[in-house]
Design a protein around this ligand. Structure first.
Ligand SMILES: [Zn+2]
Ligand SMILES: [Zn+2]
Length: 246
């Protein structure tokens, strides 16, 4: 993305968040509690701090150094070993205030935070080629039962509505309840995720699928999900994530 995006201005044009902001109560910043700027649920200071993604590798969404290398380029790691994802796009770097909003969505089902982040993703990805379907990265059913909802679906639903793309949460199933990823190194993580996903149903996967997730760290989970979709007949799989962690 070239330069910071003015989320408030994009929202004002659209009117979606404007309607939201005209609630019965004065809107408060979801991050710090200050009075919101008016059109979105962030104060001017927190909105200005949003860590919009700088020019990044097209395949893994890691910021390119130097940024002058420009968008649309691959980092050296992806040139050496192209990942199964054709393109990966992140709306934000994982930093303040996104690092406050995402955990509230993930662990406390804060839907106001989810709507705000999905709106930001819609702004960031509006110019991308439209896929046939958005597929949220699924949780294993044991994890889903424990948490009660899938945060990736909470982002994918409003995002699909905003961009006019169908959301297919039933398409992909997580067949293995993988260990918490943070305790494993990269190789162990990849082995752990091998065959962790399967495409459901008898028909082939849609030709162009975009996986949606909240945070991308190593990419191992997204790569495993993309492999399953490619095996099932998809010819292109991209990923759109809210935030990229290094
Ligand atoms: Zn604030
Ligand atoms: Zn890369």
């Amino acid at each position: 993305m070239s330069g910071p995006v003015n989320l408030a201005r994009a929202a004002a044009v659209d009117g979606w968040l404007a309607r939201l902001g005209r609630g019965l109560w004065a809107p408060r910043c979801l991050v710090c509690g200050e009075q919101a700027a008016g059109r979105i649920d962030l104060c001017a200071r927190c909105e200005a701090a949003l860590p919009w993604m700088p020019a990044a590798c097209l395949a893994c969404a890691m910021p390119l150094r130097p940024p002058a290398a420009g968008a649309g380029r691959l980092c050296s790691a992806c040139q050496r070993a192209p990942p199964p994802l054709a393109e990966t796009h992140a709306a934000f770097l994982y930093g303040f205030p996104v690092d406050r909003l995402l955990p509230r969505l993930k662990f406390h089902r804060d839907l106001a935070a989810g709507r705000l982040l999905a709106e930001a993703m819609a702004v960031a990805f509006a110019a991308r080629p439209r896929p046939d379907a958005l597929v949220p990265v699924p949780l294993h059913r044991a994890r889903l039962r424990q948490r009660g909802y899938n945060q990736a679906l909470e982002l994918a639903r409003p995002l699909g509505r905003r961009l006019g793309i169908g959301v297919r949460p039933e398409l992909l199933r997580r067949t293995r309840d993988t260990d918490p990823q943070s305790r494993l190194d990269a190789a162990a993580r990849a082995a752990n995720l091998d065959e962790a996903f399967e495409v459901r149903g008898t028909g082939a996967a849609p030709p162009h699928v975009v996986l949606v997730d909240d945070v991308m760290t190593t990419g191992a989970t997204l790569h495993a999900a993309a492999d399953a979709l490619l095996d099932a007949g998809a010819w292109r799989v991209d990923a759109w994530v809210c935030a990229r962690a290094p």
